[in-house]
Design a protein around this ligand. Sequence first.
Ligand SMILES: Nc1ncnc2c1ncn2[C@@H]1O[C@H](COP(=O)(O)OP(=O)(O)O)[C@@H](O)[C@H]1O
Ligand SMILES: [Mg+2]
Length: 389
Amino acid sequence: MRNIYKSKILIVDDSQDNLDLIRDMLEDEGYEYITCVLSAKEAYEKLKKDDIDLVILDIMMPDIDGIEACKYMRSHELYKDIPIIIATAKTDLETLRNGFEAGANDYIRKPIVNDIELMSRVKNTLKFKISMDSYKELSKNLDKRVKEELEKNRHKEQLLMQQSKMASMGEMIGNIAHQWRQPLNALAILVQKINLLYNRGELDDKVIEKTTQKSLMLIDKMSETIDDFMGFFRHDKVKSPFDVKDVIKEVLSLLDASLEHNGIRCDFIINSDNTIIEGYKGEFSQVLLNIISNAKDILREKKLSSSKIEIKLSSDDKVVTIEIKDNGGGVPEEIIDRIFEPYFTTKEEGKGTGIGLYMSKIIIEKNMGGKLSIKNDNEGAIFKIELKK
Ligand SMILES: Nc1ncnc2c1ncn2[C@@H]1O[C@H](COP(=O)(O)OP(=O)(O)O)[C@@H](O)[C@H]1O
Ligand SMILES: [Mg+2]
């Protein structure tokens, strides 16, 4: 805490005698930095140059009087918090009220017959000013610290977003591999067939033409798969309208080979034909991919005779609801509250990162203003996404 005797005090009075009197009293008390001026105008100049802690202001002055000077200081960004003690010969209520209304903090009566009143008011006002200053300083530091923390958090989130992308990228490559297996096989057969027909001397224009076309079609399909998967990682900068139904269909068509390979049946039940919302399509597809991949993981682990995922789409006037349910036995109750935490995973090292659901929650709730929740039923987990129309 600053020493109050080091405060800078400015006394404004049109009488030199008064100035001298007040200054002497304050100096006797131990105040070290006192400036005296004879008019409001001079006071303004002083305020400009110095960081004044307290102004003792005479009310009755020619030109600019104390009330006006008070108002001026209160309307000025730099001076509005400097305490003012008005000194007035009149103690009638009207003058006092005017002074306080103009922004004075306290008053002293003139003539000053003893120094008790002056000293106690100056001391109290300065103490108040000093605590206000340290409070301001504190809140400024706090502000800075809050900003720093926010920045750190933002950075952490970006990092997680990046990691989550990397993780789903890995999953994606697995999915692409499955999706490619069939057209790749078909291409291999076509190539072998050309070889065979050539050896037999049966390779004519027609065969070449047909095989080329077939091959190009397969290659197109394969590159389409890549494009579709890349779409997941597109960073949408602005929200745009899309049909939830179409996005689910797209995601499922990309995953069908991989689901089939794992013996998982997937049903998509559409209970509404109005499922258009505004949001980030790429990010939303990532959420679907995360949730379906989790279901796939648990079903693979459980090795059931009939694994299944069921996606139910419904809506009312305001909300589109997507429920993704599997029959993998559900999330154990002991951990159900933790699965949306970053890095929470029950999978062995290298298989899980624990950021899929955390990121999904951020995307749905923070970025798209919706809700993502989990519950179990007697067969397995049900993830529910609610999005406002
Ligand atoms: N459908 C589900 N059934 C059972 N447990 C699940 C399911 N989905 C997610 N979980 C649990 O939630 C955890 C966190 O999931 P996630 O954030 O996607 O991370 P990761 O898949 O890398 O483990 C999983 O490790 C798993 O224990
Ligand atoms: Mg996951």
